[in-house]
Write a protein that binds this ligand. Structure first.
Ligand code: PNS
Length: 158
């Protein structure tokens, strides 16, 4: 059985993230979504809520499971979960520049490979931080994030 790990903050999950997860699920038997929980950093949403957004947004028949992790190296989680690869979605060259040193470091540490999946260009401009900012100031983020996330962002500003 092939398994991959899709790590990230998912704070909150966007439709770009979902696009990558669906692509990963087409390549591997099981996708583990690793939600980074950093106790030292105040996130936009608590990790439990981020996981809840993911659960509500992923189709039931997708071979995906969600794990929170924090205070540990990603490679240690990857080994523990016995994954064949870490999978990251790329929006463009800026993402590649950010992701490449992490992929090289992770391979240096344990030999784990990182697979980069080009995302749908429809979501090239979509990031968790940008949609949060746009929604905070009243912009419409429908279609860029799952409806449950959009509603939570709207509720936060009221
Ligand atoms: O969505 P993000 O915030 O860009 O994801 C970054 C993440 C969570 C994948 C990365 O920061 C991570 O895995 N951190 C865990 C600690 C670790 O292994 N750091 C060394 C990375 S080479």
């Amino acid at each position: 059985m092939s398994r991959c790990l899709c790590p990230g903050s998912y704070d909150p999950v966007t439709n770009g993230h979902l696009d990558s997860l669906v692509r990963a699920a087409a390549l591997y038997d099981e996708v583990v979504v690793g939600v980074l929980h950093n106790p030292a950093k105040q996130g936009r949403f608590p990790v439990e809520q981020r996981i809840d957004f993911l659960k509500q947004s992923l189709a039931d028949d997708l071979p995906v499971r969600i794990e929170a992790y924090g205070g540990r190296l990603l490679v240690d989680i990857a080994q523990e979960l016995d994954v064949h690869a870490i999978v990251k979605g790329l929006r463009g060259g800026t993402d590649f520049a950010y992701e490449l040193p992490m992929a090289l470091m992770n391979r240096h540490l344990t030999g784990v490979e990182t697979v980069f999946l080009p995302g749908d260009p429809l979501f090239e401009h979509v990031s968790s931080s940008l949609v949060t900012e746009v929604a905070t100031y009243g912009g419409d983020v429908t279609g860029l994030v799952p409806d449950v996330v959009r509603d939570a962002l709207v509720a936060r500003r009221q």
